[in-house]
Design a protein. Structure first.
Length: 360
């Protein structure tokens, strides 16, 4: 089924006549529209081949006509306001029960209730967002292309890393490489070294790289709307036995976790496996975040591998697997790859080396 057909099935199962998608990332996933404002108003049951409407404002009239394929494109301009335009549209087409997403604010919901003539506004919780968990082969290929560019970027960075270079300058090189290849950044990169690398989401500073530093690089390209998310940790200058012990145990935990990625596995069990491996060296106590998350049009797509996860893995889901150890005053290690759940076993989308690199 297409994305639109899957959404229509969800609407029918909820007993709805229509569903309204307003969350920007879900609109992008459903329609391919890349503008900052648009609503998809979708019929649960297509009528004479008509699936519904795509509503935007005058800024995106031309763009919407080019990008929207399966919905009738409508637009409005000042002084017309969105709520009034939708109210007229719903009244004209006698729209009754219509579903909406959980991300709609209370204030917006109250405004809709006051303005719309629909019989009922039905909250759908996360049902629309959860559709993004199962990818098509086309979506997986786009994620793979993002991973290829991200791997190429890491390869370039390994040629630049040396003592004296600052974290900030290395981040600039990273960002330039991805943008030079006509891609976007999937998220703000993390470039942290030495004691700073003990901060899982630390920010690059003017700190120079020093011999004996762990250096963690967490970044990803976004290609054609789909994200990659790669983390590699290297040692600058020279490593010690302690560097190698920590790094190799994190790698062991990551490899064991990837091997456990299969249909029917529970996200919380895979997370527990990573902690069990880390605990062999008394390192699990330094691992405070979840093992992984879904990946797609958003870098943190729905689905998780964590202690609180309720996710049961299905074919065509894509997850990051990223165990880490963070020791205050010493530094941290994280190793992350992007994995497709396949019936025959996990498909690793990254090719960047994972053995401990000492650079330069």
């Amino acid at each position: 089924m297409t994305k639109l057909e899957r959404l229509q099935q969800v609407a029918r199962e909820a007993g709805l006549e229509w569903v309204m998608v307003s969350e920007a990332i879900n609109v992008r996933w459903l329609t391919g529209f890349t503008g900052s404002f648009g609503y998809a108003i979708v019929r649960a049951e297509p009528k004479e081949g008509h699936n519904g409407f795509f509503v935007t404002d005058s800024r995106y009239t031309i763009q919407a006509k080019q990008q929207i394929q399966d919905l009738e494109t409508l637009w409005f301009a000042s002084p017309v306001r969105l709520e009034g335009f939708l109210a007229d549209l719903f009244a004209e087409h006698k729209i009754g029960r219509i579903g909406f997403e959980s991300t709609v604010s209370f204030a917006t919901h109250q405004a809709w209730k006051a303005k719309f003539s629909v019989s009922e506004l039905v909250p759908l919780g996360s049902k629309v967002t959860d559709l993004r968990m199962i990818k098509s082969e086309e979506e997986i290929q786009k994620i793979h292309e993002a991973c290829k560019l991200t791997d190429a970027c890491f390869d370039r960075l390994t040629q630049l890393i040396q003592p004296g270079m600052t974290e900030f300058d290395l981040q600039l090189e990273l960002e330039f490489f991805i943008r030079r290849h006509r891609a976007e950044l999937a998220f703000e990169p993390i470039v942290v070294s030495g004691a700073n690398s003990a901060r899982p989401h630390g920010k690059a500073t003017d700190k120079p790289l020093e011999s004996g530093d762990f250096l963690t690089l967490d970044f990803g390209a976004k290609v054609d709307g789909y994200c990659a998310d790669l983390t590699r940790t290297v040692v600058v200058g020279a490593s010690t036995d302690r560097h190698e012990e920590i790094y190799n145990q994190v790698l062991k935990a990551q490899l064991a976790s990837i091997d456990a990625i299969k249909p029917g596995a529970h996200g919380k069990d895979i997370d527990a496996l990573a902690r069990e491996v880390l605990n062999q060296k008394d390192l699990a106590r330094f691992f405070g975040h979840g093992l992984g998350h879904g990946l797609g049009v958003y870098v943190h797509d729905p689905g998780s591998l964590s202690t609180a996860s309720t996710t049961v893995l299905e074919p065509m889901m894509v997850f990051t697997v990223e165990p880490g150890v963070y020791i205050d005053g010493f530094g941290g290690v994280r190793i992350e790859d992007d994995i497709v759940v396949r019936p025959e076993g996990p498909q690793i989308l990254n090719t960047s080396p994972k053995e401990l690199l000492v650079l330069p």
